[in-house]
Design a protein. Structure first.
Lengths: 522, 359, 310
């Protein structure tokens, strides 16, 4: 390529014994939206964190406009004209939009704080690129889509020539995605380069000029948009399409149309396992985030909840797991009313919960695998003998679970905090399944997992439903929900906004319902 | 408020050679930390113009040279150890109890009250009552902090510490207004009844039998933390409060319970001091047990098994400190500095070990 | 009239140790470093301030020495928490013990056992010209020693820095979201280090003020838990310098009232009167932890390359 904007050559990054990046090259042209495509754990974000100075590479060099640059910190990256929008927004919650944007810049004088000029520039930038925000709003009060615009403006305000967007569409509705892609076009027309990190093939095909596919910390291939199609990209991302498991998984990753996957494994029974009526749940601040929610789950059925994050998913999951009290309404599991019971009673009655935030809600990082597997059943007669916990037996069960769930660990004494994300999820699943659950609640169960672990989660869900377990799959990955669920329910502002049986789901229609624009088909 | 430093005790499942290696990884850095702390302390003593060898000799040998030294060391070991538990048990749930001295004093008050009021009762009845009253009084005192924490979200570091200062005034009042011993020349209560005193062991100077009670407690606490559901739940809360909650553990109640149990142990220490050492309550009887307890608790880095051994080491240093000041003219505070240094070096050794083991 | 003026006039210097130490605590706290070694640093500051003043004959030099030695402890805290990422509470407690030990050791080495305790001259009142002539207010506010004015000036300066400057905007963001600050090129380690050093230094100065203001004597228990109350004060003020001034007035007021009541002998045993400031602290904390905000990242260490953060 003539005169590229950005070149990264032979980038190597290791974390302890793990090689996250193995001599990766990347070339991004001027006026180009460049897709960085790969499954979770492929090294896309790590590569961009190196470019942004958050990680120091062990080897390799970076050139901007043909000049070698040394980027040791985000400050260097900003000075060199690199901006990055992270998946989790790096914002100070109690600051205004303007304060967040000017933070760390030179306006005006270190011992004064005059934001009038800055405010004007922010207005001007947001108009030019179609990024509407109120400069004086406090960011913690803004919806996700707007907070993302603040992040983009932060980079533009600093005069970014290269803008990196890390999975920017995860929490957006299809309509917001279209707006974002429009803004990205406006930026490259204005002379910038944009790097789009994504695992969604459809997105790269619709907005990128060129794309680089990564897998297992290596660059697989770089392609022109006009020279490729979805099948080819899927093959490069997944590695092979001969493996039947890979098809479902590729569907979940957005590579193939979900409708093409014939769900032959469905095992929906006739008995109603879970009945939720008029459920009302409040968040920690006392706001009603779930209002009048009804749901029936049959044995062996997977119901998927699709929705934009922040529409009550966490509250719904926690209420049905018995972690958060019900404000009103009822939850029956196998005919027993669960409202008002302690979390431990829900557990005993066969409710298992795989929380969204594994590290925060799922594990004891400084405890062994054995101890983590005992967590939650420490009072059950199964783990106790003469009133005391029988660690010998618990250890034996841990050894079995490690084998059955293919946990990569040195033994049952390994501290769970030392495991990788995928292996942590395997421990959590092992614990959930050991209880032979009647209801399994999965919240974003594959987020951040590599392909092998994602596939493993899907297999385990199938095994559970085959045994008659009802599964509630709450996920922000719309493709995953559509591919796995027997029924899809759209959640909008704490209520159901539509329902579709497997096989007749239109992603755009679900998207409209998720934002309150759809015609409810309850 | 923060990730607690406590790591639950290593799981018992490590196999033979691994277990030896693990033990070495634990013992060698600890020994090096102690040696390094003494080396730095020696340099300071040199800078003060004194002889570090003589100083350390008297610090390390006083406890073992005479029966008197040994008995004194064991008598010191009891409150230091119990105050260490008072700190470490709540810490297992991630809570910092900085109130052991207040709990000890109030426990002593409870014990002394029973010992004076019911002084005519026979020992078989009175002594258990004194000890139980001490533990209960200590539990009530830390219970105030527990209620403030569970109900009102008040930071337990602050509440337990502030309660110490309240307890100083409280015992001053008891020693000067309620049961004052006017002849003592120092705020103190009158003596408790004969039946409230712990029987001595061996010839003079006798070892008080509170040491036996303490040994029993050591075993009970080890079993409690390691093998009971509640002990496991406490460690789970300390390791990750949210995850414990999600898995059905009533976390705030348990953290409050941890504080109350810690207070009970410190209160028992107060009662044992009354029944075994002083025979009465007097101002200043808390000595520096709070600080020593915290140091022991922090040095153990979460291992309940290690606490009695570390506490013994600290008791040896403390008994030696006085004779060091007499024989080598090095101020007693030197020992506190060395203890703080041991703690800091232990923390540093954790980092070094983590780095070395990774490579 | 006279009684109230006198109480208020006594309250202002009683505020000084609370102000200096609490503003120091707030300073490092807003960058995310929760220092819990205040009690030890105040004792050490009192000892060093006293001893240096005694030997050199200058309270100013004594004050500066207290600032310096406590600053060194702050540097150790900053290094161990920002570079080595050791737990802030544990390191803080270890430093508390070390400071206590150092204070006792220094006093015993320099003074030894004496029949007559050594004395240093107390600080002189320096009335501010013109302002001190205002009736009532002049007497209450503008007729004190220089450290009083300094403590208030420092409080205002810290407030101004945090809320009225660009650097302060950047500084406060570190205690709220260090990863965001770091991603914008703000140096988290440096900000945490300097604020912990300066903040600890102020705590040391607060200690040094105690022997210099009332008696000119150093006694072992003279800090009497003020170092801990200061942490309560930081929470009570919501970690905001201007509210801390109001909180300091409350704590100093309780202290002055308790002493007054003890002297006046109001019929209750004096022990209960002396309990009052501590009991009041407990009660006030119930409200403080209800409504007061604290920096979201207070007490937590930041590790840029940790894959778990954020």
């Amino acid at each position: 390529m003539e005169n590229p904007r950005l070149e990264m050559r032979g980038i190597v990054k290791t974390f302890g014994p793990v090689t996250a990046l193995d001599a990766v090259d990347l070339v991004v042209g001027r006026n180009e939206v460049h897709g960085l495509l790969g499954g979770n754990g492929a090294g896309k974000t790590t590569l961009m964190n190196v470019l942004y100075g958050l990680y120091r590479p062990n080897a390799g060099e970076v050139l901007l406009d043909g000049q070698p640059v040394s980027i040791g910190s985000p400050k260097d990256a900003i000075a060199a004209g690199v901006g990055m929008v992270h998946q989790t927004f790096l914002q100070v919650d109690n600051y205004t939009v303007t304060e967040n944007i000017v933070l760390g810049t030179d306006v005006p004088g270190p011992l004064r704080l005059d934001l009038t000029e800055a405010r004007e520039r922010i207005r001007e930038l947001s108009e030019r690129f179609g990024l509407t925000v109120d400069p004086d709003a406090v960011v913690e009060e803004l919806p996700v889509g707007v907070r993302q615009r603040v992040e983009i403006l932060k980079a533009l305000y600093r005069g970014a020539k290269v803008l990196i967007l890390d999975e920017p569409t995860t929490n957006l509705t299809p309509q917001e995605v279209d707006d974002l892609f429009g803004s990205m076009r406006a930026m490259v027309d204005d002379g910038m380069s944009v790097v789009l990190i994504t695992h969604k093939i459809r997105e790269t095909l619709s907005v990128c000029d060129r794309m680089t596919v990564m897998r297992d910390g290596r660059r697989v291939e770089t392609l022109e948009r006009s020279d490729t199609d979805a099948e080819h990209l899927a093959e490069k991302m997944v590695g092979s399409t001969t493996d039947p498991g890979a098809v479902v998984e590729a569907a979940a990753l957005g590579a193939v149309d979900a409708e093409a996957v014939e769900e032959t494994l469905s095992s929906v029974g006739t008995t109603i396992a879970v009945a939720v009526r008029d459920l009302v749940v409040v968040n920690d601040q006392g706001h009603e985030l779930i209002r009048g929610f009804d749901l029936e789950l049959r044995e062996g059925e997977i119901v998927g909840i699709a929705g934009v994050a922040g529409n009550g998913q966490v509250e719904l999951a926690e209420a049905l797991a018995g972690v958060r009290p019900l404000r009103a309404g009822s939850v029956e599991v196998s005919g027993r009313a669960m409202g008002g019971l302690a979390t431990s009673s829900w557990l005993e009655h066969g409710v298992a919960y795989v929380p969204e935030d594994r590290h925060r809600d799922g594990i004891l990082p400084t405890a062994s695998i054995t101890e983590n597997l005992v967590l939650g059943s420490q009072r059950s007669p199964k783990v106790r003998r003469f009133g005391l916990i029988d660690w010998g037996a618990a250890k034996q069960r841990a050894v079995d679970a490690i084998a059955e769930f293919s946990v990569r660990a040195n033994g049952p004494g390994t501290l769970v905090g030392d495991l990788s994300g995928g292996n942590i999820q395997r421990v959590i699943l092992a614990r959930a399944f050991a209880r032979r659950p009647r209801l399994l609640i999965l919240h974003n169960p594959t987020r951040g997992l590599d392909i092998g672990s994602t596939r493993f989660v899907y297999q385990q869900v199938r095994t559970a439903t085959a045994a008659g377990c009802a599964v509630l799959l709450i996920s922000e990955d719309l493709d995953e929900v559509i591919a796995l669920s027997d029924r899809v329910i759209a959640l909008y502002q704490g209520s159901r906004a539509g329902e579709w049986p497997h096989g007749s789901v239109d992603a755009y229609e679900v998207g409209r319902s998720m934002t309150g624009l759809g015609e409810a088909r309850v | 408020m923060t990730a607690p430093p406590a790591t639950p005790p290593a799981a018992p499942e490590a196999a033979g050679p691994r277990r030896v290696a693990d033990a070495l990884w634990l013992v060698v850095p600890s020994v090096l930390s102690v040696v390094a702390a003494f080396a730095v302390g020696g340099l300071i003593i040199l800078a003060l113009g004194q002889d570090p060898v003589a100083a350390f000799e008297s610090v390390l040998t006083t406890s073992f040279n005479t029966r008197f030294g040994t008995v004194e060391t064991l008598h010191k070991w009891v409150p230091v150890l119990l105050c260490a538990y008072a700190f470490a048990i709540p810490l297992a749930t991630g809570k910092f109890n900085i109130g052991a001295e207040g709990q000890l004093l109030v426990g002593a008050t409870g014990g002394v009250a029973i010992g004076i009021l019911w002084s005519d009762l026979p020992m078989l009845v009175l002594l258990p009552c004194v000890l139980v009253a001490g533990a209960l009084a200590g539990a009530v005192w830390s219970g105030i902090a527990a209620v403030l924490m569970v109900k009102f979200n008040v930071n337990e570091i602050l509440s337990t510490v502030v309660l110490n200062f309240i307890s100083f005034q409280l015992i001053d009042y008891v020693a000067s207004h309620v049961w004052p011993d006017r002849g003592a020349g120092h705020p103190a209560t009158v003596r408790v009844g004969e039946g409230a005193l712990l029987p001595g062991i061996g010839q003079a100077p006798p070892l008080h039998s509170g040491v036996i009670i303490t040994l029993v407690l050591v075993v009970a606490i080890a079993i409690f933390m390691r093998r009971t559901s509640t002990g496991f739940e406490m460690r789970a809360v300390g390791a990750n409060l949210r995850a414990a909650q999600v898995h059905g553990i009533r976390t705030s109640r348990l953290a409050g319970a941890g504080l109350v149990v810690g207070g009970a142990v410190a209160g028992l220490a107060g009662a044992i001091e009354v029944a075994g050492v002083h025979g009465k309550m007097l101002e200043g009887m808390q000595s520096n047990f709070l600080i020593l307890g915290i140091i022991v608790g922090l040095m153990s880095r979460g291992s309940m098994i290690a606490i009695p051994f570390i506490a013994f080491g600290i008791a040896v240093l403390e008994v030696g400190a006085g004779s060091m000041q007499r024989t080598a003219q090095v101020p007693v505070e030197m020992v506190l500095i060395i203890e703080a240094l041991i703690l800091l070096f232990l923390l540093l050794s954790d980092i070094a070990r983590a780095k070395l083991r990774r490579n | 009239m006279g009684e109230i003026t006198e109480l208020l006039t006594l309250m202002i210097p009683a505020m000084v140790p609370f102000l200096l130490a609490a503003q120091g605590t707030v300073l490092s706290g807003r960058a995310g470093v929760f220092n819990v070694s205040q009690e030890g640093l105040m004792v050490l500051g009192a000892a060093v301030g006293f001893l240096v003043s005694f030997k050199v004959g200058s309270n100013t030099v004594g004050m500066a020495a207290a600032f310096a030695i406590a600053g060194v402890f702050g540097l150790v805290l900053a290094y161990m928490t920002t570079q080595l990422r050791l737990d802030q509470f544990v390191v803080g407690l270890a430093l508390y013990f070390a400071a206590l030990g150092a204070a006792g050791l220094l006093y015993r080495e320099v003074i030894g056992v004496t029949m007559e305790p050594p004395l240093i001259p107390t600080l002189e009142d320096k009335p501010i010209p013109l302002l001190s002539d205002i009736p009532f207010l002049g007497e209450v506010l503008f007729d004190h020693d220089l450290v009083v004015y300094l403590a208030f000036a420092i409080s205002v300066a810290i407030w101004w820095f945090m809320y009225k400057t660009r650097s302060g905007l950047a500084f406060r963001s570190i205690g709220e979201n260090p990863k965001a600050a770091d991603s914008l090129g703000i140096n988290v380690t440096w900000a945490r280090t300097w604020s912990t050093v300066v903040g600890s230094g102020l705590v040391g100065m607060a200690g040094a003020y105690l022997p210099m203001v009332y008696t000119g004597l150093y006694t072992e228990g003279m800090v009497a838990g003020r170092g801990w109350l200061v942490i309560a004060l930081a929470f009570l003020g919501g970690w905001r310098p201007h509210l801390v001034i109001a909180g300091a007035a409350f704590f100093a007021g309780m202290e002055v009232l308790a002493l007054r009541a003890q002297v006046a002998g109001i019929g209750i045993p004096h022990q209960f009167v002396l309990m009052l400031p501590y009991v009041a602290t407990l009660l006030v904390m119930v409200f403080a932890f209800r409504w007061a905000r604290q920096p979201s990242f207070l007490g937590r260490n930041y590790d840029r390359e940790s894959r778990l953060v954020g």
